[in-house]
Ligand binder design. Sequence first.
Ligand code: NAD
Length: 824
Amino acid sequence: MGLRGGPGRLWHRGRRALRGRRAWVWAAALLAALVVFPTVASAYHVALGLALLADVAMASAWTLFSGPTRYLSLAAAAFYGVGAYVTALLGARAAWPAPIVAGAAAGALLSLPVGLLALRLRGPYFAILTFGLSELVRHTVIWYESNVTGTVGRVLVLPLERRTLYWGLLVIAVAAVASAILVRRSRWGLALAAIGGDEERAEVLGIRPTGVKVAVFALSAGLMGATGAAIAPRWTYLDPHIAFNPLISFQVIIMALLGGVGRPAGPVVGALFLGLLSEVFLLQFRYLYMIVLGSVLILVVLGLPHGLMGWRAEARTEELGRRLRWAIARRIPRRFAMRRQYQLFVDGEWQDVPGRRTFPDVNPATGETFTRIAAADAAMARRAVEAAERARAEWGELLPAVRAGIVLKAAQIWERRSDDLQRMLTTETGAVRAKTGFEVGYCTELIRQAAALTYQASGEVAPSNVAGKINYFMRKPVGVVSVISPWNFPYILTLRAVAPALALGNAVVLKPSEETPLAGGLLVGEVFEEAGVPPGVLNVITCARSEVAEVGDVMVTHPAVGVVSFTGSTATGRVLAEKAGRHLKRIVLELGGKSPIIVLEDADLDLAVSAAAFGGFFHQGQICMAATRIIVEHSLAGALASQLVDKLGTLKMGDPSDPQTAIGPITSPTQLEKIQAHVDDAVAKGAKVLIGGHRRGPYFEPTLLTGVTPQMRCYHEETFGPVVALTAVKNADEAVRLANDTSYGLSAAIITRDPERGMALAGRIQSGIVHVNDSTVHDEPHAPFGGIKGSGLGRHGGRAAIEAFTEIRWVSLQTERRHYPFDR
Ligand code: NAD
């Protein structure tokens, strides 16, 4: 099936997964607690502990085996009871571990014929059939026990010593989780996750679903049989039959279905909750209630045609789900809850840097350091590039559907976590609600669109001047891509390079801005890690301002790096371009802008005011495409200025977490000073302030200037704040001349009621992007985004990403004997 792995690799990865110091501390503490527990707890509590441990182990295993194994797990669950019964029958006669081994074997063996029988059935029908069969087996065994062997109740006096049992179970639990982790981390596991339960896709991937089904079915049934067998004797204080089906089975159903969603927390918490509930119910009310409750749940779950996941997608339940999530979120800390310190992500591990150096991450609205971030140096950057270099070949060779599956899963996780992602963005960058909503939502589409690129890196078959030769021009991943991103739209500007570069088969080393190490880097790392990107394929290096140059140097000049994707200021871009040139590296540069909006005299004034307000002041003007220059024909200038001033006066400035706020804080004190300096310089040289002009704490008032001339800094330089210059011109020609009078050329807009004239003028503007009857601030995931002149080189987005992150190779095939000049 074209997948490689092998035990050596799995062992190596398993060891690497445990290498983090924290993992050892947790593992040691857990082991100590588990050793002490049976010596201090009562028999009942040990039994309860065993049951819960088993539930959690099963839930963890199923979570990791999500996707195609979801329904197989359901079916295997049925044999949980079988294993337990075999143990119960043998338990009275044979010594440990024979009953457990026999139980496991029985579970696995019985599952195979059923599995083979049911292979043609899909999803829930497969589960229903196997559950029905299991019920048959269960009742037969009960009948046999009651009427033939008379062993009912024998299990009550099983001679197993509870500590032996405890350790037996512990070993099984650890083995279950460890094997699940190892399989998940292997390429085979990756493929399993990518199939996502869809057998047709499995076939497309070249993976025979039948083989996978049989293997996974036998494995999980064996696991179940062993676990069931090991737990059977815990019912020494209860009637053994009440606990099998439906109680255990419905726990398993819920765990497995939740497991299909791929989040460990849900199934594990669910297992704990249901385990506790069942114990309490069993002790208090006996089995009748459990059978009723269990049966209802089984009916509900199996009655859903597409399982819980399909059900969740329906609008009615989506609302319910949202409310539930909200209720849970208020009580349980979420994974994206802010931590006190963040590690960086290299070679699939979250790590501290040597010496545990960190730098502060500051909330611009409050000035508080809300967390600290690992501060890498050049050596760490080299480790990241080397990890990427090791990982790239295997990743690049994966089938497109497998890579697309992982990238799509990242989009799904991104969408699911959008509330958290928005909250973090506000904390780290001071972004207002409208901006966080837009940015996070846009990224879901961006990642989805990137997934589609896996199928689009196509080449050409070309004619040849040599008889019998076929020329192939093929696209191949470049290998390692360095991504350096800025702070202003950290999610988008990071993901627009990272997602396509990964989808196209490259490994990535990402360095976010030191102002946004979380949004621009570490959170992206978390999402892709959860989606199943293998170790080393995505590495996130965070560093303090003082180390940026040395880290950046490695990211550009390291021999393993094939392409650099940089988004940031023109000044930094020039430095990096020089370095890249010296080392003959390809570099895509998305740099600064000084974007104009041209408002012609026939323009819709209302549209012009709205487009100018949004373009100039959204995210406090801290956007590369910001409309910092409004160039308007004389006849409309007065009305436009006064209506824009009125509009800016209504924009609420302040706490970015308040949904009413339109203008949030400026990202840093340095940036605030720069904006104030630009305004003061303009005023000193004769510009007039129509509104604003001052900083207020961490905020800067929306500012509209007139009379800005080439002698002023803000005429040429990027202010990167809420400062816009309005200039009246005689006619469209003068407007075009002024629009082009800049060293930048990123975005531009023309507002006119005459679309043809607008399109004609667009062709005369020196800019990578021109929008007619829209603002300058606009991007779409599939559009070729980028600037000319001082605004950059190369493009991001859609097919442009294929140009950026792949290279073309010429391979030819000579089909008939070629004759060379030296031939006689
Ligand atoms: P910046 O140039 O200061 O930093 C951008 C990135 O480069 C950061 O990650 C930074 O750490 C890194 N960096 C800085 N010096 C480096 C060095 N010597 N070697 C390697 N990396 C280095 O820019 P910024 O202040 O983060 O962002 C604002 C700028 O980005 C503005 O000029 C804006 O117009 C531009 N920008 C452009 C686009 C676009 O698509 N064209 C988009 C957003 C922002």
